[in-house]
Design a binder for this molecule. Sequence first.
Ligand code: GRF
Length: 231
Amino acid sequence: MRIGVLASGSGSNLQALLDRFNLGADPAARVVLVIGSRPGIRSLERAAAATVRAEVLPSALDPAGQVAEEDEPFLRRCLAETEVELVVLAGYLRLVPAAVVREYWGRMINIHPALLPSFGGQGMYGRRVHEAVLARGCKVTGVTIHFVSEEYDRGPVVAQWPVPVLEEDDASSLAGRVLEVEHRLLPAVVSAIARRRVALAPDGRVRWTGSLFRTERFAAVPGEGWTIEPE
Ligand code: GRF
């Protein structure tokens, strides 16, 4: 399956995908395109290092607009030219134009560093998510991967994984443990989608062939104390 990644920052999740599919041994998928929301970001360097086509949004230098008009045809053209079959938003902070969301419905996923529908929505990204989790005294947070709909962080949930909140956590330590899980969950979910183990049912629920929790490889993923035994 041909993967296009949209990224805004460091791109550590992009790297996890490149490591598994482009530089590693999983033949199910391949990153063929990376689009950065502005020039000079680490994600673009990672794409270049893996010899993947890298592009920058044309509106990148316009600090005002969230969705600039010229982004829509640009995104569509790049995705079509590289024959992308699955779009992955990996730390992408811009709003995807509605027409692109509609065109890639069921074929575009986003990774969010909390258990949606809690701690999502506009403005809930990066450190703010973890600060909000700590402020509410939550004992468990985690990672959510969902299909992208026109509303921020609201599309059908594909996969989630828990991360315990420890007494001594601050936003940085929590972000670090959540990110570790992101780096494992995202490539596993992309591989499962590429292997057609995941389907978006007409009722809007995502169905798995063989639950994520029953995948042996996954039993070791979560942090301290969160081993889920395979059946
Ligand atoms: C991750 O926490 C991701 O969940 C969120 O933004 C962060 C991106 O990190 N959407 P990176 O750019 O992949 O390193």
